[in-house]
Design a protein around this ligand. Structure first.
Ligand SMILES: *Cc1c(COP(=O)(O)O)cnc(C)c1O
Length: 395
C-alpha cells in the first residue's frame, strides 16, 4: 500500500498495487501456498504457515489498517467470524453493553453461543449515556456499537461513547459495515476496534463472504492477532484477492449508493402509502446532526414503513428491477422484510419494541439509475394499493 499522504480514493484504487518484486504486476497475485520454505534453521521469510500469515491476505490486512486509521488489520472468513474473534477477547463472567436494534446474527451469537460461555450482554440505546450508566456493572468490559443500526438507522455518537467508555476502562468496539471507512472512521473518533462484514459494501458485488477487524494500539493488536491465528477463521487467498478487487471501486460506489438512497427516501417521504422513512440523511431524523458530525456521507441503506401491513406481500411480488433478497451493500438493489428475514432470530416482543414490526421494509439501494428505482417502487406500491383496496389503477 502506498503512503498515507494520498486521499482515501487514491489509496482504495491502488489496493494491492504494492511493489510486487518479481514481475511488477499491478494487482497483487493470489498465493495459494499454505506452507513456506525456511531459508535455513532459525530463519523465516516472514511466512511459515498460511493460517498465521499469508501473502495475499497480508496485503489486504495492511491496506485495511491504513484505511481505518488503525495499527493492524485482520481478514476473516466472514463478518460473523470477525465478531467471534473479537468477542473471544472476553471471558466467563464478563458483561458487554450492546446497541439495541442490533444485526440479527450478532444478537444470535451473543445470546445463543457466548451466553453458554458465561458472557452476558445488555441491549440499550447506545446514544443515551444515562442508559449506558444504568446497565454498567463492575464486570462490564466493553461497549459494542452499530451506527447507523440496521434497519432502523439509529445513530450513536462514537466520540461521546468512547470517552465515557475510557473513563470506565471499557473497550469501544464499532461495527462499521454500513458506512465503511470511506464515510466513517471510528478509530479516529476514539474507538479501539472496528469490525466489518466485508461481504457488504467493501466487497460490494454480492460475490465474496468476508470479515475484517482493525485494531488500535500495540497490546490490543497483539491480542487480536493471537485470537485470529488461534481460532483460525481466516480469509482465503482467493477471497482476499476478490475483496481487494471490490474495494478498488468503493469510493465511486458509496457516492452513488448515497445519492440514490437519498433521492428514493425523499420520494417516499411524500408518498401517501408510506407512514415513516428512516434515513439519517434526512433533516427530520433524530440522528441527523450526529451523523453529519462524525461521518462524511450516508450509507445506501434505509428503512420505511408502509401505512398498511397488507401492502408488504404484493409490493415485494410486484417489484421488477429491485430484487427481494437478504443482504445489503452490493451494486444490485435488494429489498428485505426484516421481521421475517434478517431479524427472525430476535424475539417478536423485543423486535417490535424497537420498531421492527410487520410494516417495515429495508431497502439496500444499489447503483442503478435512481429514476428506474423510483419508478419500480412506485409501480409496486400502486399495484399493491389496487390489490388491497380494489378500485381502478391509473393505466
Ligand atoms: C452482514 C452483517 C454482519 C455479518 O457478516 P457476514 O459477513 O454475513 O458474516 C455483521 N454485522 C452487520 C452490520 C452486517 O450487516
Amino acid at each position: 500500500m502506498k503512503e498515507n499522504k494520498w486521499h482515501l480514493e487514491s489509496r482504495l484504487a491502488q489496493i494491492g498495487s504494492v511493489d510486487e518484486p518479481v514481475t511488477g504486476a499491478v494487482n497483487y497475485p493470489i498465493y495459494q501456498a499454505t506452507a513456506f520454505r525456511h531459508p535455513q534453521l532459525g530463519q523465516s521469510t516472514g511466512f511459515d504457515y498460511s493460517r498465521t500469515k499469508s501473502p495475499t491476505r497480508t496485503v489486504l490486512e495492511e491496506a485495511s489498517a491504513v484505511l481505518e486509521s488503525g495499527d493492524a488489520g485482520f481478514a476473516c472468513s466472514s463478518g460473523m467470524a470477525a465478531l467471534q474473534t473479537v468477542f473471544s477477547l472476553f471471558s466467563q463472567g464478563d458483561h458487554l453493553i450492546v446497541s439495541l436494534d442490533l444485526y440479527g446474527g450478532t444478537y444470535r451469537l451473543l445470546e445463543k453461543i457466548l451466553s453458554r460461555f458465561g458472557i452476558s450482554a445488555s441491549y440499550v440505546d447506545t446514544n443515551d449515556l444515562d442508559a449506558l450508566e444504568q446497565v454498567r456493572k463492575p464486570n462490564t468490559k466493553a461497549v459494542f456499537i452499530e451506527t447507523p443500526t440496521n434497519p432502523l438507522m439509529m445513530i450513536t455518537d462514537i466520540e461521546e461513547v468512547s470517552l465515557w467508555a475510557k473513563r470506565h476502562q471499557l473497550l469501544t468496539v464499532v461495527d462499521n459495515t454500513l458506512l465503511t471507512p470511506y464515510f466513517q472512521r471510528p478509530l479516529e473518533l476514539g474507538a479501539d476496534i472496528v469490525v466489518h462484514s466485508a461481504t457488504k459494501y467493501l466487497g460490494g458485488h454480492n460475490d465474496v463472504l468476508a470479515g475484517l477487524i482493525v485494531t488500535k494500539g500495540e497490546e490490543l493488536s497483539k491480542e487480536i492477532g493471537f485470537l485470529h491465528n488461534s481460532i483460525g477463521a481466516v480469509l482465503s487467498p482467493t477471497d482476499s484477492y476478490q475483496l481487494m478487487r471490490g474495494m478498488k471501486t468503493l469510493a465511486l460506489r458509496m457516492e452513488r449508493h448515497e445519492s440514490n438512497a437519498l433521492a428514493i427516501a425523499q420520494y417516499l417521504l411524500n408518498h401517501p402509502q408510506i407512514a415513516e422513512v428512516f434515513h439519517p440523511g434526512l433533516p427530520g431524523h433524530p440522528g441527523y446532526a450526529i451523523q453529519k458530525k462524525q461521518s462524511s456521507g450516508n450509507t445506501g441503506i434505509f428503512a420505511f414503513k408502509v401505512t398498511d401491513a397488507r401492502y408488504v406481500e404484493p409490493v415485494l411480488r410486484h417489484l421488477e428491477l429491485i430484487a427481494f433478497a437478504e443482504s445489503l451493500g452490493g451494486v444490485e438493489s435488494l429489498m428485505t422484510y426484516p421481521a421475517v428475514q434478517t431479524h427472525a432470530d430476535i424475539p417478536a416482543e423485543i423486535r417490535e419494541a424497537v420498531g421492527v414490526d410487520d410494516r417495515l421494509l429495508r431497502f439496500s439501494v444499489g447503483i442503478e439509475h435512481a429514476e428506474d428505482l423510483i419508478a419500480d417502487l412506485g409501480q409496486a406500491l400502486e399495484a399493491a394499493r389496487i390489490e388491497v383496496e380494489g378500485g381502478q389503477g391509473h393505466e
